[in-house]
Design a binder for this molecule. Structure first.
Ligand SMILES: [Zn+2]
Length: 150
């Protein structure tokens, strides 16, 4: 598995580093309605990690998921290709515990990620509170529709 060096100088495996950054980003989630906080950490092809959290809204539908927050942040800063993402979610005051349901990207986020990724190699890391799981985007969004289909 690919290794990355974090700002603190520690070398983490890609998944562990991205999950750590996702957990940090989760602390900024704005979730007064669902009380379900999600963080995401997206590895750009430029080597930069872009983070995001979910941001809810009183009108509900204007809210945004953590994954799309990270994607839109990256694109707005000039990065339009991505290698991997880690996603972690749980009730606000909890950390995912053993046996917790895996929080994986919603369908809308999977489609948004598809726009900027190679679905065969893009890695999605999720956790059940004990183990890390890795899926390709193709596994999560089979027979997808992408830019080359137009
Ligand atoms: Zn989503």
């Amino acid at each position: 598995m690919k290794e990355l060096k974090a700002a603190d100088g520690v070398v983490y495996e890609e998944a562990a580093l991205l999950m750590k950054k996702a957990q940090e980003a989760r602390k900024n989630a704005y979730t007064p309605y669902s009380h379900f906080a999600v963080g995401a950490a997206l590895l750009g092809s430029d080597g930069v990690i872009y983070t995001g959290c979910n941001v809810e809204n009183a009108a509900y539908s204007p809210g945004n998921c953590a994954e799309r927050t990270a994607v839109f942040k990256a694109v707005s800063e000039g990065c339009k290709r991505f290698e991997a993402v880690a996603v972690v979610g749980a009730k606000e005051e909890e950390v995912p515990q053993a046996g917790a349901a895996v929080c994986s990207p919603c369908g809308v986020c999977r489609q948004v990620l598809r726009e900027f990724c190679d679905e065969k190699t893009f890695r999605v890391y999720v956790t059940d509170g004990v183990s890390l799981f890795c899926y390709t985007l193709e596994e999560l969004l089979p027979l997808s529709f992408g830019p080359e289909n137009l």
